[in-house]
Design a binder for this molecule. Structure first.
Ligand code: SF4
Length: 446
């Protein structure tokens, strides 16, 4: 049997797909790059935005048409949505809740009569097939208890469950032994992590991973401002392997809107958190990058309330923000609210913030001019130019090497960097020579 997995959405989905791929391969499935030829096609879906949902409808139609005999499996956020199930009823074979991943074989068997071994019970115990050989997502839990009024995650993934610290540490140690350079601890809300047996919290876990020997970077996401404790902020300042980047979703600068979003904090609490985080980071050599998520045009958001978001946006000076135009998600609390901000107005608000973001990001990036920083090289573009990320999650384009700086403009076949040994997956020193709003350019140091 062959399989093909299409992953849409966040890091959790990427990580879940890695586990699913490993699980299928343990059972003798072979990965096929072509969705139109595989026996089983899994779409790991995202329901956070309407666009991501629409992509699933398009994909299912195309696969059913071009690969009519395939078993189509829908997992992820949309797998339990009754309206989606109704719409795709005749085209999808299996609706698979993420936590029930291990039951997939049994369900395929019912359709295909193929023999498989006994299934596992807990999907987080499945050893993943990592997509990268140097950067890994390590889930520390799954699900969410927060019920933000616009969000499908608590319905799609269920309540929070967390992995024992012992199990997480074992996975991280194995990765480090294999030479991994970047460990990303992920969950819907990492801050509320708790190991029920030992009582360890997320700050404890961070310190434990940080204290492991080896030259590696540590990251985590996503955080909820309401669970960002002083203990955790202190750990951010003291864990040296932890990268100087925090993704802390604010969603809105208006206290009234935050209340209706059921976010359990107000804008001043957010401001104070950022202040404390920046203060804790001052002993590190590099300014901490702050990134966020924003929703514009939430039901009832007035122009005045939007201006409060603009004000906060300017004050914080975000390095990056994922700005979404509100779209009602079936089954959520806000689905029942009147979606009364017009599409045109949402677009206008989105554009205003995007413009502002370009300015704040550029202002933050000016710090990097002529500095020598560490970069984890993660891919090559079509021209063969290496790209990577700084500890602060900035994208760095390596345009040449310091020793051959006249070759700044990389030619197709003779870049001096291309002549270097493969630097993919390595942490290298790069001197920043050009600063842009969403990217930096630099020269590889010897
Ligand atoms: S914290 Fe809110 S936005 Fe984040 S996953 Fe949970 S419900 Fe969704």
């Amino acid at each position: 049997m062959t399989y093909h997995i299409i992953t849409i959405g966040c890091q959790m989905n990427i990580s879940d797909s890695e586990r699913l791929a490993a699980f299928l391969e343990q059972e003798g499935f072979k990965s096929l790059p072509n969705q139109n030829k595989a026996n089983v096609v899994v779409i790991n879906t995202c329901g956070v935005k309407q666009g991501a949902e629409d992509r699933v409808y398009g994909l299912v139609n195309v696969i059913r048409l071009r690969n009519p005999k395939s078993i189509i499996v829908i997992t992820g956020c949309l797998s339990e949505r009754p309206d989606v199930q109704r719409r795709l009823k005749t085209k999808v074979d299996i609706w698979l809740k993420t936590a029930d991943m291990a039951t997939l074989l049994d369900r395929i068997r019912k359709i295909d009569k193929t023999k498989f071994r006994v299934e596992l019970k807990d999907y987080l115990k499945i050893k993943p097939k990592y997509n990268s050989a140097f950067s890994a997502f390590v889930p520390i839990g799954n699900g969410c208890n927060n019920f933000c009024s616009y969000c499908v995650v608590p319905y799609a993934r269920g309540r929070e469950t967390y992995r024992p610290a012992k199990e997480i540490m074992a996975e991280v140690k194995t990765l480090l032994k294999k030479g991994y350079k970047e460990i990303n601890l992920i969950a819907q809300n990492v801050n509320s992590y708790r190991d029920l047996k030992s009582g360890l919290d997320f700050a404890d876990l961070l310190k434990m991973v940080n204290d492991l020997p080896g030259n590696f970077w540590l990251r985590f996401s996503t955080s909820h401002p309401k669970d960002m404790t002083d203990k955790l902020i202190k750990a951010i300042g003291t864990c040296q392997k932890l990268c100087e980047h925090i993704h802390l979703p604010i969603q809105s600068g208006s206290d009234e809107i935050l209340k209706r979003m059921n976010r359990s904090y107000n804008s001043n609490r957010y401001r104070q958190l950022i202040k404390k985080i920046r203060l804790q980071n001052k002993y590190k050599k590099i300014p901490i990058a702050i990134t966020t998520d924003i929703i514009v045009g939430f039901p009832g958001e007035t122009k005045k309330q939007f201006k409060e978001t603009v004000k906060l946006f300017k004050e914080i000076s975000f390095d990056l923000a994922y700005i979404s135009r509100y779209s009602p998600r079936y089954g959520t609390l806000s689905f029942k609210m009147k979606d009364n901000v017009s599409e045109e107005e949402k677009k206008k608000r989105d554009q205003e913030l995007q413009l502002l973001l370009r300015k704040t990001a550029l202002a933050d990036n000016l710090w990097y001019q002529d500095k020598i920083i560490d970069v984890l090289v993660d891919h090559k573009d079509r021209q063969g130019i290496y790209l990577g990320k700084s500890r602060t999650f900035k994208t760095i384009k390596i345009m040449g090497s310091e020793s051959g700086k006249d070759d700044l403009k990389v030619k197709k076949n003779n870049s001096d960097v291309k002549k270097q040994n493969n630097i993919l997956g390595q942490i290298v020193k790069v001197k920043i020579v050009r600063v842009r709003d969403f990217g930096l350019e630099g020269l590889l140091m010897a």
